[in-house]
Design a protein. Structure first.
Length: 192
């Protein structure tokens, strides 16, 4: 467009920019975002914004699941499994917080929370099925029972009933984990 000025895209642009950054692992909790009201947008614009929102939530959920899978692949003991599950829960809190963001319309929030909670429940069920797979593969019964106990004592679904912890800053490069679960492990060796 020659000779004209492009103005700020308003509420849509603000939310779109936030969602792009947040989906990529940005630390922002969305404080100060303008309220979204469906009646302020054309139908197709509203649909695009809703799609961006659900894509951002789905992307972060997938990052949490991938990071958990990577961390579980590197675990050496049940303590490490429990720590990986705790880290996964800490990554799920910001996802639930966005789904329930006060600037979202009241009729949209429950649907987004249900989407997030259903995905969390599904991931928990996958973990429990993996334990049952250990049984089917003839795993050591003591190890299988220890894993079953760890998975059930540290459920991912706890995020659906517990308030999120006070945010201390979410590491952008690690998907909400306090460490990079895909990095080469370092073990501390102590003399006997």
């Amino acid at each position: 467009m020659t000779g004209g000025l492009w103005a700020h895209g308003g509420t849509y642009e603000t939310w779109a920019a936030f969602l792009t950054e947040w989906a990529a692992g940005g630390r922002s909790d969305g404080a100060g975002l303008p309220a979204l009201r469906q009646e302020d947008f054309a139908a197709d614009t509203w649909d695009r914004l809703r799609l961006r929102l659900t894509d951002a939530l789905s992307g972060r959920l997938q990052r949490c699941a991938d990071a958990l899978a990577a961390a579980l692949g590197e675990t050496a003991d049940e303590f490490s499994v429990g720590r990986a599950l705790e880290q996964a829960r800490s990554g799920l809190h910001p996802v639930r917080a966005l789904a329930n963001h006060p600037a979202l319309p009241e009729d949209l929030r429950p649907r987004l929370l249900k989407m997030v909670d259903d995905a969390t429940c599904s991931l928990q069920q996958d973990l429990e099925r993996a334990v049952e797979g250990m049984v089917a593969e003839g795993g050591d019964p003591r190890r299988v029972e220890a894993r079953r106990r760890t998975v059930r004592d540290n459920p991912l679904t706890a995020v659906t009933s517990a308030p999120p912890p006070v945010p201390a800053g979410e590491p952008a490069a690690t998907g909400g984990w306090s460490y990079d679960p895909t990095a080469t492990g370092r073990r501390r060796v102590t003399p006997p």
